[in-house]
Design a protein around this ligand. Structure first.
Ligand SMILES: [Zn+2]
Ligand SMILES: [Zn+2]
Length: 181
């Protein structure tokens, strides 16, 4: 298993808490993508921000802000584009393995509940979760993206659709044109 620089031993969290300033760049995204080739990033993003850790007994409160840009594929034209993203999050981390309790019983809290193992909080995991939550369901390079014609494959942001020309030459189109006269 790869050693992660974001594994924080809970003894580092003092009375005042612990502040960290993650800078997640190209290298970080590349190693994530190597581990998880199913990721839908079109390239490495750049994310920075601040996290604050607080101990409350055995529970740990993780407050964070992450912002930056992700490289995504537009769901309409399939081009890679840079998507600005930002998110604030609060997570309450409880020690121990994730219990096999139905989800409903865990969501009574206003805070999102999560878990950490042993004496170590692996922030990497929460960074990844939060970044995945920032990816839009249908990424768009622009609201006005015209996409790709499903018939002729023309990228309509760059070139006109070729279907109309083909249609006009088809025998059916010619027959219809005649009927209209
Ligand atoms: Zn697009
Ligand atoms: Zn077309």
């Amino acid at each position: 298993m790869k050693e992660s620089s974001w594994e924080i031993h809970i003894s580092r969290i003092t009375e005042e808490g612990l502040d960290l300033y993650p800078q997640l760049g190209e290298e970080w995204f590349r190693s994530w993508q190597e581990e998880d080739p199913g990721l839908e990033f079109a390239g490495p993003g750049t994310i920075s921000g601040k996290v604050h850790l607080e101990k409350h007994g055995r529970e740990i409160l993780l407050r964070g802000h992450l912002e930056g840009a992700l490289i995504l594929s537009c769901s309409r034209c399939l081009d890679a584009y840079k998507a600005p993203v930002a998110a604030d999050f609060d997570l309450l981390l409880e020690p121990g393995p994730e219990p096999a309790v139905p989800e409903e019983e865990l969501t009574a809290e206003a805070l999102d509940l999560d878990f950490y193992q042993g004496e170590v909080v692996d922030l990497e995991r929460y960074f990844r979760e939060q970044i995945l939550l920032m990816v839009p369901l249908k990424p768009l390079c622009a609201e006005t993206c015209k996409g790709i014609c499903p018939r002729c494959g023309a990228d309509l942001n760059r070139e006109p659709c070729r279907c109309r020309a083909e249609k006009a030459e088809s025998p059916l189109a010619a027959a219809l044109a005649k009927l209209k006269k």
